[in-house]
Design a protein around this ligand. Structure first.
Ligand code: SF4
Ligand code: SF4
Length: 390
């Protein structure tokens, strides 16, 4: 007999800010101002009005820690590593203190029968109320025998636990699309979580690894409002996957002006020009990587920012499917949503501020002439953008 749901849901007090000590306790020494700034940033990232940051703040300090059962299937632990390599103190504090991570094979203090027993106790006590997170693809061939935990196939475990979950998140591209394990010839029948749980809503947070802030923001939305954020047609949170990488890339002015790197290490590459001809898949990949970056390094801390083409890891049918050197399909060549300077100052950026900035940047304006005036004056002669870009 399963226990009744414990009443976890939308946080109360949307119009009132909680007491200062709660914030201090919740956020490991951050000032109240820093904390509210962070929550306002989360609200902006989610596409909500900044006032709703107060509700998110209250949710974070409410003590309503959602129980999370995290199952790892066919994966490389990169998704978990990505989560742990976020050095922003508010993130690690929120992950460790604001959710109740009741079971995670890599992070469990216990092991073996002890860990399995605790998971079952949590599932029993929180039936109908926990978040189920799955990273990795699910092997389905031969009854799913190619990935087993405690003598049970992960296929059976995920199907069983999904019945009692209040929400299900597929974390990473392996869970969302099949990723590396499903690449041909796919000997284990690796399958995305949403195909295994075809009768349920599975929120996809793809990426290799996925950005932990997108996971955190999804969870905080759930805690604060008792519902999932708006999803797109592939069940990805719109706030994170609503724009093409190409729209917000800091190298976009070079694309529009026809300035391309042609080989790694050539003059164009050294100048920081567009990586389209090196196989960048930014024009067909939907994600917020340029806006929020990774590892708390700010908006320059992402592959294109360091000179490597995007390989489309978040996009179904692109990452792990198209060859790295093949050219991207140019889906919608719109003016970028912002006009970044060609040379950005690096370092010291606060992810919360970046989230706010990325959430409030305005509509696209103008085109080539304005862009051209913002470009540097040095380097090789520009060439025309790809023909199909017009
Ligand atoms: Fe590893 Fe990437 Fe798969 Fe996550 S999505 S498990 S980081 S290969
Ligand atoms: Fe940036 Fe890639 Fe688009 Fe060039 S093709 S502007 S490097 S996303």
């Amino acid at each position: 007999m399963h226990a009744e749901p414990a009443g976890f849901g939308a946080a109360e007090g949307a119009d009132r800010i909680g007491d200062l000590d709660s914030y201090r306790n919740a956020l490991g020494g951050l000032t109240r101002r820093q904390f509210l700034k962070y929550c306002t940033g989360v609200a902006a990232t989610l596409g909500l009005s900044p006032e709703l940051g107060v509700r998110i703040a209250n949710a974070a300090v409410s003590g309503a820690r959602p129980p999370v059962i995290w199952i790892s299937a066919q994966e490389c632990t990169g998704c978990t590593e990505g989560l742990l390599r976020s050095y922003h103190p508010t993130l690690e504090t929120l992950i460790l203190d604001q959710i109740s991570l009741d079971y995670h094979e890599t992070l469990c203090a216990g092991a073996g029968h002890q860990a399995e027993s605790f998971r079952e106790q949590s599932v029993e006590a929180n039936w109908g109320n926990y978040l189920l997170v799955v990273d990795g693809a699910i092997p389905t061939k031969d009854g799913g025998i190619y990935c087993q935990i405690a003598g049970k196939t992960v296929l059976d475990t995920v199907v069983r636990l999904a019945d009692g979950a209040r929400a299900i998140i597929a974390m990473g591209s392996c869970a969302a699309w099949g990723g590396i394990p499903s690449s041909g010839p796919n000997p284990t029948g690796a399958t995305p979580v949403h195909e295994v749980l075809a009768d349920k809503t599975v929120v996809n947070i793809p990426g290799c690894p996925p950005n932990p802030y997108n996971f955190l923001s999804t969870v905080l939305h759930f805690v604060a409002f008792g519902s999932l954020p708006a999803l797109d047609s592939k069940n990805r949170p719109r706030f994170a996957y609503g724009r093409l990488i190409h729209e917000n890339c800091e190298r976009r002015p070079h694309f529009d002006a026809g300035r391309f790197a042609r080989e790694f290490g050539d003059e164009g590459h050294r100048q920081g020009w567009c990586l389209y001809y090196l196989g960048c898949k930014g024009p067909e990949t939907w994600a917020n990587c340029p806006a929020i970056g990774f590892n708390d390094g700010g908006s320059g801390s992402w592959p294109v920012g360091t000179g490597h083409p995007c390989f489309g890891c978040t996009e179904q049918g692109v990452g792990f499917t198209k060859s790295i050197h093949s050219l991207a399909s140019l889906q919608t060549v719109t003016p970028p949503t912002a006009f970044p300077r060609v040379v950005e100052e690096q370092g010291g950026a606060d992810p919360a501020a970046i989230a706010v900035a990325s959430g409030i940047v305005g509509a696209a304006v103008g085109a080539g002439a304005v862009l051209a005036s913002r470009l540097g004056k040095h380097g090789p002669t520009p060439e025309r953008p790809p023909e199909d870009a017009k």
